[in-house]
Design a protein around this ligand. Structure first.
Ligand SMILES: C[S@@+](CC[C@H](N)C(=O)[O-])C[C@H]1O[C@@H](n2cnc3c(N)ncnc32)[C@H](O)[C@@H]1O
Length: 192
C-alpha cells in the first residue's frame, strides 16, 4: 500500500482527513525545524500520521484515536505501509489520557469544539521552541460568520472555534501565534 492509496480509501469511505495544503505546510515545517518527536490528537485512519512520518525516517509520531473502528483501520494501514516502527498508535480518549512524554510538535485534529481543552491539557507536553498546530481553524470558511448559520448544532460548533481563537489571544505571552490560510486553516503556535 502507498500513502496515496490510503488517502483514496479514506476519501471513498468518508473519513475526514487533513487537506493537501495543510499537510504540505506541516511537512515543510517538520523539515525546516527538524521536528522529529510528534504527538497527534485525532488519528482517524492514520493518513496525516503517515504523511508526517514520511518526511524522514528520523521522525517519530505518537497518535491518539478514541474510535475503535478507526483505530483498527489505522493499525492495519500503518502496518501495510511498514511504518509501525515510526508511528505509535494509542487507542484512548485524548481528553482523559495522561501523557508524560514531551514533543517538539503537537498536532490537534480531533473534536473541533474541544480545541481549548486539548491545548490546555497538552501544552505541558511541548518542548521549548516546539509547535502546537491546530487544524480546521476556518471551518469551511464559516469561522467569523457564526451568526449567519441557521443550523443550531453547526452554529454552536463554529462559535466554539471562534471562542478558541479568542482563547489563543490569552496565550500570546507564551506563544507566537499565526493563523495560516492553508487547507481548512491552521493555527500555528510556537512556544517562545
Ligand atoms: C479529522 S479526524 C482526524 C484526521 C487525521 N488527522 C488525518 O488527517 O488523517 C478527527 C479524529 O479525531 C478523533 N477524536 C475526536 N475526539 C477525540 C478524542 N477526545 N480523543 C481521541 N480521538 C478523538 C475522531 O474519532 C476522528 O477520527
Amino acid at each position: 500500500m502507498t500513502i496515496d492509496e490510503l488517502k483514496k480509501n479514506a476519501i471513498e469511505n468518508n473519513i475526514p482527513i487533513m487537506q493537501d495544503g495543510a499537510i504540505e505546510y506541516i511537512k515543510r515545517r517538520i523539515k525546516l525545524f527538524n521536528l522529529n518527536k510528534i504527538l497527534e490528537i485525532g488519528t482517524a485512519v492514520g493518513y496525516s500520521a503517515a504523511q508526517m512520518a514520511s518526511v524522514s525516517d528520523k521522525v517519530h509520531v505518537t497518535t491518539i484515536e478514541k474510535d475503535a473502528e478507526r483505530f483498527m483501520m489505522a493499525t492495519k494501514n500503518i502496518n501495510a505501509l511498514e511504518m509501525h516502527e515510526q508511528i505509535d498508535l494509542i487507542f484512548n480518549d485524548a481528553l482523559t489520557l495522561d501523557i508524560v512524554e514531551k514533543y517538539n510538535l503537537i498536532v490537534i485534529d480531533a473534536a473541533k469544539g474541544k480545541n481549548t481543552h486539548f491545548f490546555e491539557k497538552y501544552k505541558k507536553n511541548l518542548l521549548n521552541n516546539g509547535f502546537i498546530i491546530i487544524d480546521n481553524i476556518n471551518f469551511h470558511g464559516l469561522v467569523g460568520k457564526s451568526e449567519t448559520i441557521s443550523s443550531k448544532n453547526l452554529r454552536q460548533l463554529v462559535e466554539k472555534i471562534e471562542d478558541f481563537l479568542e482563547y489563543l489571544k490569552t496565550q500570546e505571552d507564551e506563544f507566537y501565534i499565526e493563523i495560516v490560510d492553508e487547507g481548512d486553516g491552521l493555527a500555528v503556535c510556537q512556544r517562545k
